[in-house]
Every structure is written in C-alpha cells, then in structure tokens.
Design a protein around this ligand. Structure first.
Ligand code: PLP
Length: 439
C-alpha cells in the first residue's frame, strides 16, 4: 500500500510514467488526453522542449539561490516581462510557489498596506460564496466552499460574504444581465455598510470562477461596478487569477476583458505551466511605494520565493506564448471548443449550461434541463463522470456536491493551448461518452 497521503485514502491511482504534448501515459501503457491541463495548469502540454531546455540551462548555472542573499537574472527578467504586460498601475511582482501561497501573500500585502498608511483598523476581507482561493488557512478563510471549510471553520478568520455572479442559477426572470450586475453591486455595498467601510481591507474574487462552479464568467458591468464600489470606500480589489489567468481565457489576464484594474492579482498554475511550482502576486505600485516609505519591506517570505529554476521555467513559458502567438491561439481554439461543445450537447437532456471563455469551459449537469434541477448529490455524479472519462482515456475536472446549499455537478475543461482541433474533437467526444455513461 502507498505510504503517500493521497487526495483520497481509498482506492488506487494509476502511475504516470510519461507525458508528451497533450497526452499522458500510465504504467500499463494506457494513454490519456489532457482535457483539463491537470487543474488548468499545463498550458503548454507536457515535455515542451523550450521549457525543458531553459530549466536545464538554469540548473547548470544556479538552480537555487536564497533571496535573502541574491537575486537572479531569470527572476528579474520574468518580473520585467510580467510587469510589461500587466494591467495599468501594477508595477511589482512577488514570486511564490503556488496559488494558495499567492493568495496568502496578497492578503498580507493588503493588510500591511493599511497598517503602513495609517489605517490599522482595517482588518476584514469580503469574499464571495462558492469561490475557491486555496487550502492554506488564510486562503481557505476567504474561500466560499463550505465543504472544504467546514471542519476548519473554528480556526479561520471571519470574512464578509456576498453572492457570486452566477447568472445561470441566480439571475431572475425579467432581469437583464446589467440589472443583475447592478443588484450584485448593491449587495456588496450592503455588506460593506453592515461591516463598516473603514474596517474593510479588500474584496477578493475570481474574475472567472474555476474550481467551485466551472468557468463561470461575470455578467457585463459586474467587475466595473465592483471597482467603483471599492474605490468609493477605499477598499482594495484582489483578483484571484490563479486558475483563470495566464492566457487561459484568451487574454493574458482575465481582468483585461473586464476593463478593470485590480490592486493585487494572484497568478499561478499557467505561470509555470506545471514545469515548476511557481505563483506570483502582481502588486500595484502604490502598495509597494507605501512599503518602501514605511517599514521598507513586505513582512513575509518563504524559503523558495523567487526560485531560480522555477523562474526560468515561467520565463520560457512566456517566451513560447509570445513567439508562437499562443494567446491568439487560445481565442481561436476556444471558439472552436465552444462550437463543438454546443453542437455536441445541444440536445443532451443532462447538460443545463455551457459557459466559459477561451480554453476555460464549464459544462453544468442537471437532472432536468427545463427546471435546472440538479442531480441528487448522493449519486456523486461528478465522481462517476471523472472515472468514466478516465476509462475513456480523458482527463477532465469534474466537481460537484453541495456547496453553500447549492447542489450541482460541473465539468471543467482547460486543455493545453497547443492542442489541435482534432485533439479538441477527441476531448469533446470522450466527454460526451463519459457523461452519457455516467448519467
Ligand atoms: N485560487 C484559485 C482560483 C484556484 O483555482 C486555486 C487552485 O485550484 C488556488 C487559488 C490555490 O492554488 P494552489 O492549489 O496552487 O495552492
């Protein structure tokens, strides 16, 4: 029996022994097409020669140098590259090892900003229900996935809560998408008033919701309203782009399509493309300037921040994006994926909603399309679809169960940007078979 504490302590996992392009192979020689890039990570697929070469070269030079002693060329160049493409106002980057660490760092930066600028009474974050921001304690506290939080709730900080922007289930009959955005803005403003505006540090949200709802995009004007409200009360806006960022939705950052400027932005997953564990916080210049004028530091730090080999991998990913025009490819391939999903599921009695942007797509499964009635959670449909998909040789990312009283099953697709249309066909066909068998 394995000595690893795997995600599930029941059952066994196949052993991955090789991975190339969009396929992984297990020890028995079975091939799986990577329809979800793991968990929206492997944007360049597997075994990309440029990334491997960059990592090898860096390991030969300096694999790791502790950031209390040194900086490195690759970390500086990666920072310059990311800042050149960041939303206006973002001027600095803080490298970490993954998404949860990026969220922890962003929360602490936001808090320190108000301590440095003379508003230490600000101590509360507002976040959305049915969100996921990571599994470390701060990230779990702001996250709104009750299933993940439940047993740890007594040791989590208190957070203000508002509804997610989940049009399929929550927009009312007769309400336009714009009116729905307005109503959600009113709800946020109500929560700010309830807590007390001068007690609030920041509002945090995923621009496109990933791991709890499956590629749920916001309605028009929603994030603009959020930005206005944050500005009105002097509250920071933290965009969690750990899953939806780094080109996944057809622009480098998902907020680029919302026309808003976050104060802090967490990125990870596609940043290193799975070649190395790396995440980052992109921070507005005003925050870092406040630190510089105040204590002269960000009071945080982990052993592996700015890891040279991880930075080399992420820099190579960025160079491949630019050289091979991969963000444009996400747009065209994303449109193809959307078309194929619509064609395939148009008459499916169990597919209630198809949504998402670029190569970040969600399929919501329902027992009744007309009433949107979800499947009984006891059926664990998402788990069945996942194992059926694996039987078919497809890796996809189903999720479900009861989250904040809302029950639903969703499948997330996040294929590598280097897919061909034929591979997209293979993913969609296998998913259709898995859903058919699973339901
Ligand atoms: N934030 C979002 C939006 C995520 O989807 C995730 C992971 O799925 C995280 C944060 C946490 O990232 P990690 O698993 O790398 O710690």
């Amino acid at each position: 029996m394995s000595k690893i504490i795997h995600r599930s302590l029941r059952g066994t996992l196949p052993f991955a022994v090789s991975a190339q392009g969009v396929y992984l192979t297990d020890r028995e020689g079975k091939q799986y097409i990577d329809g979800s890039g793991g968990a929206a990570v492997s944007c360049l697929g597997h075994g990309h020669p440029d990334v491997l070469a960059a990592m090898h070269a860096q390991i030969d030079k300096v694999a790791y140098a502790h950031t209390s002693f040194f900086t490195t060329d690759v970390a500086e160049e990666l920072a310059d590259t990311l800042i050149a493409k960041a939303p206006p106002g973002i001027g600095h980057v803080y490298f970490v090892s993954g998404g949860s660490e990026a969220i922890e760092a962003a929360l602490k930066m936001a808090r320190q900003y108000y301590v440095e600028t003379g508003e230490p009474e600000r101590s509360i974050f507002i976040a959305r229900r049915q969100s996921y921001h990571g599994n470390t304690l701060g990230a779990l506290a702001v996250g709104g996935n009750e299933w993940r939080r439940k047993q740890f709730a007594p040791i989590l900080i208190d957070v203000g809560r508002v509804s997610p922007c989940y049009e399929y289930r929550d927009r009312r009959d007769g309400e336009t998408p714009e009116q729905y955005s307005q109503r959600l803005g009113d709800e946020l403003e109500g929560e700010i008033q309830r807590i007390g505006p001068r007690k609030i540090i920041a509002f945090i949200a995923e621009p496109v919701v990933g791991a709890t709802l499956g590629a749920v995009t916001a309605t028009p004007g929603y994030f603009k309203r959020v930005r206005q409200i944050c500005d009105r009360y002097g509250i920071l806006f933290i965009a969690d782009e750990v899953m939806c960022g780094m080109g996944r939705t057809g622009s480098l950052h998902a907020v680029d399509q919302e026309g808003v400027r976050p104060d802090l932005m967490a990125i990870a997953k596609g940043l290193g493309g799975g070649y190395q564990p790396i995440g980052a916080v992109l921070a507005s210049s005003r925050i870092v300037e406040a630190f510089r004028k105040g204590t002269g530091m960000f009071q945080h730090g982990h052993t592996y921040i700015g890891h040279a080999t991880a930075c080399a991998a992420a820099l190579a990913v960025q160079k491949v994006f630019a050289r091979d025009k991969l963000i444009e490819q996400v747009q065209s391939l994303g449109a193809y994926l959307e078309k194929r999903l619509h064609e395939t599921f148009i008459n499916s009695p169990y597919v209630g909603d198809l949504r998402g942007r670029g190569l970040f797509r969600g399929v919501e499964l329902v027992a009744d399309r007309a009433t949107k009635k979800p499947f009984d959670p006891a059926l664990k449909l998402h788990a069945k679809v996942k194992s059926e998909a694996m039987n078919q040789g497809l890796l996809c990312y189903p999720m479900g169960g009861t989250i904040d009283g809302v029950t639903g099953d969703h499948v997330l697709l996040a294929p590598p940007f280097i897919c061909t249309e034929a591979q997209i066909d293979e993913i969609v066909d296998k998913l259709a078979r898995a859903i058919e068998t699973g339901t």
